[in-house]
Design a protein around this ligand. Structure first.
Ligand SMILES: [Zn+2]
Ligand SMILES: [Zn+2]
Length: 567
């Protein structure tokens, strides 16, 4: 326990204060005090030094931290709790605490819902919305009601899910441990994890071991909840993703793996036209028996892919080794952790040929965005590094904010100094589809835009993207020769893989970009490749697979085209 409390970060501590402030507002208590807790939460989160490492005297003398806040911080660090928060939570129905997690509903609105409408759970609130009662209540209206319903649906859908990247280590550890303990049996991954979905609800494993071996072993294991029925077993652990097992005879293991690995649409289409052989050693045998080209699990999504397999025209999906450069990365110049030179050295050590450095633009003041003067200074440094590290090349770029009116964040003379411009939305994310489209389309039409960054701004499992008409965006990118990013951060994976094939069909280049803010961030290209494989993205249709020579040609041709256009 001790190590747990000691490892508490400033953000963890800040959350205690923020929760206390919100609950005081919910209960309509001393608004002056609640405000001071909210300020304390902000101050703590912004502190550079780690509170957990401070003694009492340093704590009290920290900027913006008074004696009473210091005492509360000490209490949190020593006990892992804050009594005042415990007490107020005790007085709040748990369903009301759940309602507070719905985005867009501040404590005061939740207070009205609870105290005046008598609603004490998310389910009741959802029902009230369906009856149009929230819209009719004073201070709410139709728009809020719609947003609430949408957010409830979002929370429901994300509950119990994990990012693919967070489940990966667990999946591989389980397989390794099982193989080690039961060397005589097969253990194969299947399900959504095997299909490389961006989020997964369970790790699914097929085995030919007798169906009652594992259930007997784990019947009374502490901390594990087990349900076992026929040939399946589900293990639920308090602190990790559930594991689902399918047990099958030796001849049926591969078929069971296949059945549980495909999407429903794919499986239905497969079963309508093809057969399962009597015996299959592996999944390849199933395809062979039907004279089909092997379809890797991640691609088993649509019925159309079966047609391609039948015609022997499946694309060869991109591999990590096809990535030749890092596109979209942030250095210390804005909100990245490393100097440019360290990033260059790291890219070289990974065998990459170039780095597109795209720090934040001036509007992103929260991320230390670059003023035109700082852009010029950075470009001097880039020129020097390019001399020092040739033939490795740093391309001059920027992640330019798409401003509220759809324009980019610099004037033309500043924009013309970049080799590439990544245009992204970072502000006013809450917008209608109409507004989002207007902003994105103007950015796409801007002759300086090379790449459209994270097109929907979504954060998987925590924030829905702003609504866009994907088809229209892709078609505009095709018309204006703009590349669409597949942001490889495992929480973004945006453009969604389901739109990649359409983009390719319109001749739009995609680009798997790590949006790295640290050296470790480079490695996210792995997740970008995993998700792009689902859509059958090929190396030739991915900008970050271009060699240095190809990339230089690409940059030059973009510049030439731009110079021919009237600005
Ligand atoms: Zn961004
Ligand atoms: Zn970025």
């Amino acid at each position: 326990m001790l190590t747990y409390f000691c490892s508490m970060t400033n953000t963890d501590i800040s959350e205690f204060f923020s929760a206390l402030s919100k609950l005081m507002d919910l209960h309509g208590e001393d608004s002056f005090k609640s405000k001071s807790y909210s300020i304390a939460a902000y101050t703590i989160d912004q502190l550079e030094a780690n509170l957990a490492d401070m003694d009492d005297a340093t704590l009290r003398s920290s900027k913006g931290i008074g004696a009473s806040t210091a005492a509360k911080i000490r209490e949190i660090l020593d006990t892992g709790k804050l009594m005042q928060l415990e007490e107020i939570m005790h007085r709040t129905p748990s369903g009301v605490l759940d309602i507070m997690h719905i985005k867009g509903l501040g404590p005061k609105k939740v207070r009205t819902i609870w105290q005046e409408m008598g609603i004490e759970s998310v389910g009741e609130l959802e029902y009230a919305c369906h009856e149009n009662r929230l819209a009719a209540f004073k201070g709410f209206g139709q728009k809020t009601q719609e947003a609430v319903l949408q957010n409830i649906a979002f929370i429901r859908n994300s509950q119990g899910f994990q990012l693919w990247a967070s489940a990966e280590a667990t999946a591989h550890n389980w397989i390794a441990r099982l193989k080690q303990s039961f060397a005589q049996y097969q253990f194969l991954l299947t399900g959504a994890f095997y299909r490389q979905m961006e989020t997964v609800a369970a790790i699914e494993i097929v085995s030919n071991m007798p169906a009652d071996t594992l259930p007997r072993l784990w019947a009374n294991a502490p901390g594990i909840e087990m349900s076992h029925e026929g040939n399946t077993m589900l293990l639920k652990m308090s602190d990790n993703i559930p594991i689902r097992f399918y047990f099958a005879d030796k001849e049926k293991v591969a078929i069971t793996q296949f059945r549980n690995a495909c999407s429903e649409t794919f499986l239905t289409a497969f079963e309508a036209e093809y057969i399962f052989p009597e015996k299959a050693i592996n999944e390849a045998d199933i395809f062979k028996a039907n004279h089909l080209q092997f379809i890797p699990a991640p691609m088993r999504e649509s019925a159309e892919i079966l047609e391609k397999s039948k015609a022997n025209v499946l694309p060869t999906p991109i591999e990590l080794s096809d990535i030749k450069g890092i596109i979209h990365s942030h250095s210390k110049w804005s909100d990245g952790q490393e100097t440019l030179e360290t990033m260059v050295q790291h890219a070289i050590s990974k065998g990459l040929q170039y780095l597109v450095i795209s720090d934040h633009s001036q509007a992103a003041y929260y991320a230390n965005g670059l003023s035109p003067d700082r852009v010029a200074a950075q470009q001097i440094e880039i020129d020097a590094l390019n001399q020092k590290y040739a033939p490795f090349k740093i391309f001059k770029s920027i992640e330019a904010d798409i401003l509220n009116d759809g324009s980019l964040d610099y004037d033309h003379s500043a924009l013309s100094t970049f080799d590439l411009v990544i245009a992204s939305v970072h502000s006013n994310l809450k917008m209608t589809q109409e507004k989002a489209m207007q902003r994105l389309l103007s950015a796409i039409q801007n002759p300086f835009t090379t790449i459209l960054g994270h097109p929907t701004g979504r954060l998987l499992l925590s924030r829905e993207g702003y609504p866009i008409d994907h088809k229209m965006i892709i078609e505009a990118c095709s018309d204006y020769d703009v590349v669409i990013e597949i942001n490889a951060h495992p929480r973004r994976l945006d453009l969604d893989w389901q739109w990649v094939e359409y983009a390719m069909s319109k001749g739009v280049l995609l680009s798997i970009n790590p949006d790295a803010h640290s050296l470790a961030g480079f490695d996210d290209i792995y997740y970008g490749c995993k998700i792009a494989q689902k859509a059958g993205l090929t190396a030739t249709q991915n900008l970050s697979s271009f060699s240095l020579v190809e990339m230089e040609k690409f940059v030059e041709s973009k510049k030439r085209k731009r110079n021919l256009q009237p600005l």
